[in-house]
Design a protein around this ligand. Sequence first.
Ligand SMILES: [Fe+2]
Ligand SMILES: [Fe+2]
Length: 403
Amino acid sequence: MQRILFVEDNEVLRQLYGMMLPKSSGLWETALAADGETALTLMEQQSFDVVVTDFNMPGINGVELVHRVRKLYPAMSRIIISGIGNQKQIAEALGETHQFIPKPFDVKTLKATLSRIHALNDYLSDDKLRALVGRMGAMPSFPAVYLEIMKLMNMPTSNISDVAELIAQDPSMSAKMLQVVNSAAIGLPQAVHSPFEAVQQLGMNTVRSLALSAHVFEKFEKRPAKNFSAKALWEHLMATALLARKIMELEGGSEADIEDAYTAGMLHDIGKLMLADNLPAEFQKAMQLANGQKIPQHVAEQEIFSANHAGIAAYLMGLWGLSAPIVEAVALHHTPEKTELLEPSPLMAVHVANALAMTKPNGKIPEITKPLNLEYLEKIGMVDRLDTWKQLAAMPPIQRNFD
Ligand SMILES: [Fe+2]
Ligand SMILES: [Fe+2]
């Protein structure tokens, strides 16, 4: 049973929230507060798993409330409900909240978010995962350039040149962006030489997602681990991101789902970099174990570290305040059966894209890793789509007429 506290100053809405999640389901128990002060007093008296708060409220606003809750009760999940007009302030609060729900929202969205958070909390609060994070020292900081891009994107007057100018001020970001846009996976007919052209070709949403992974890679590429190719990983992440987005698009995902699938695809294996960088000797052991016993890498990691790269990456994404669908897709990309959500989602797209992005040139998925979970696809009613997705994966990028 999840204990949820709704904080909403509008009485009609507050009553509505109170009715959305009936206690009779046995899944939820809800409490209501009309403002931030009342909410904090209630939290002193009883424990809650989740706080769902309005953004605009007299007194303590939603962002301030989640900020305080994070300090006082770090284990409590934080959701902000907000109209589109407050995107800028919300962007600034990234890291403080677990999820934003845009107003107006329906019961289905709320329930899906709560289910995800419920499953993820259990997963991310695993003691062994926490112990491993503890051994890894400092986690990469939230990339400031991501926030800057978000702010620009939310300003009605900003355009591609503004975003390109911002990227140009960051030499390592510019380099990464040009590397991405000129890679074979994108398959542009002509080489791109400037951040402006790169942003134009990739689109602002993609650039924003790239800023997240480029930030982690930047730190790592200066200290390469032996027997581990960061370049190969980067290529795999890009291929997964592109394919995950195509799959989500094809399956009629919402715009948010499509962007989340891309971002999660881009980040799903970042945990490997973090392990290779922080605990190189043990990571080597895990790679040897995987190769020697022909078992998947994440299973070998589990044996060596009692946790794996998916958990580490999801932990970081949670810390950064990325949305629940992204954290879920990253956390469960090898174990999608652990989700409570039985419909096409960014998790499905990343799980499938990860497997197909590893497909050998002959179209066969390597037998030993068995990365596709067919039972899961069957359970969400999508197993029939596999052949179509395989064709999508096999589609060659446009041939370039240079180099
Ligand atoms: Fe992975
Ligand atoms: Fe992967």
